[in-house]
Write a protein that binds this ligand. Structure first.
Ligand code: PAF
Length: 277
């Protein structure tokens, strides 16, 4: 597996490659990321995984400095999964001067995750556009765990007519249902045992809606109460339209329940798609 650190070396290496799949990551690679690499493999002969901890998408008081940086370990896992190239630029490559041009996402970026992480999606969309320009992939693979992120990236690709397709990958879960995430490593033993409750609460919401109960407010309240009873600090548990991530229209069927809550100092997010009857 090759490691490339500059945009010019990457461009030189990729020139003439007919089809490239990009898996953008911030490192601390786990099975969830590896599933994106496998999907990339199925879609293109060359898979590039980028590893870059993007300062722009971290807000004040967020964990940029403490974000786990595990490059050697990441490379071992990626090589074993058959990844071909790791693109690992440093900040002087991606941000040689302060990034004054930014991607300003639409107002939905200030809701849900954006409400609790102001500026997060602006920073995310800006670096993703930059990575797309550096790699110029034909496809890019993102995990559905960051549901709002994919929705914003797809909209950006559409509006800027970027010449690539976004592939959405299912969330990979531990056997007890906990969605894999780099943040899980911050959970102590007791919290780790409690953490799957978020998935169970969302699964219960899904079950209720799919059984025909469309009183979303009451159902969301039920999930909040259950989590709060077990010591969670809830940011949101909401049923939304998959298409707009806004409150569903009356007859809308393709829904998603999105949840974000803190267990101790660790903030977890998860979601499940719902098909209303
Ligand atoms: O999902 C992530 O890890 C990041 O938001 C991404 C897409 C790599 C951009 O920094």
């Amino acid at each position: 597996m090759e490691v490339i650190r500059t945009i010019s070396d990457l461009r030189a290496r990729l020139s003439g490659e007919p089809r490239v799949a990009l898996v953008p990551t911030m490192g601390n690679i786990h099975e969830g990321h590896l599933s994106l690499v496998h999907i990339g493999h199925a879609q293109a002969p060359l898979v590039v995984t980028s590893i870059f901890v993007n300062r722009l998408q971290f807000g004040q008081g967020e964990d940029f400095d403490h974000y786990p940086r595990t490059f050697a370990d990441d490379c071992e896992k990626l090589a074993a999964a058959g990844n071909h190239i790791v693109f690992h630029p440093d900040e002087t490559q991606l941000y040689p001067e302060p990034q004054v041009f930014v991607v300003e996402p639409p107002p939905i970026a200030n809701k849900l995750e954006g409400r609790f992480r102001p500026g997060h999606f602006r920073g995310m969309a800006t670096v993703v556009l930059k990575l797309f320009n550096a790699v110029q992939p034909q496809i890019a693979v993102f995990g559905k765990k960051d549901y709002q992120q994919i929705s914003i990236v797809r909209h950006m690709v559409d509006q800027f007519a970027l010449p690539l397709s976004i592939v959405r990958a299912e969330t990979v879960r531990a056997p007890d249902g906990l969605a894999l995430s780099s943040r899980n490593r911050f959970l102590c033993e007791v919290e780790r045992a409690e953490a799957p409750r978020l998935h169970r609460a969302l699964a219960r919401v899904k079950e209720q809606v799919e059984a025909g109960d469309l009183n979303f407010e009451a159902i969301e309240f039920g999930a909040d109460t259950e989590l709060a009873r077990h010591g969670w600090h809830i940011d949101y548990v909401v049923v939304r339209s998959r298409r707009t991530l806004m409150q569903p229209e009356d007859d809308e069927k393709e829904l998603v329940v999105l949840g974000a809550a803190k267990l101790g100092a660790t903030r977890l997010i998860d979601n499940l798609e719902i098909l209303a009857p």
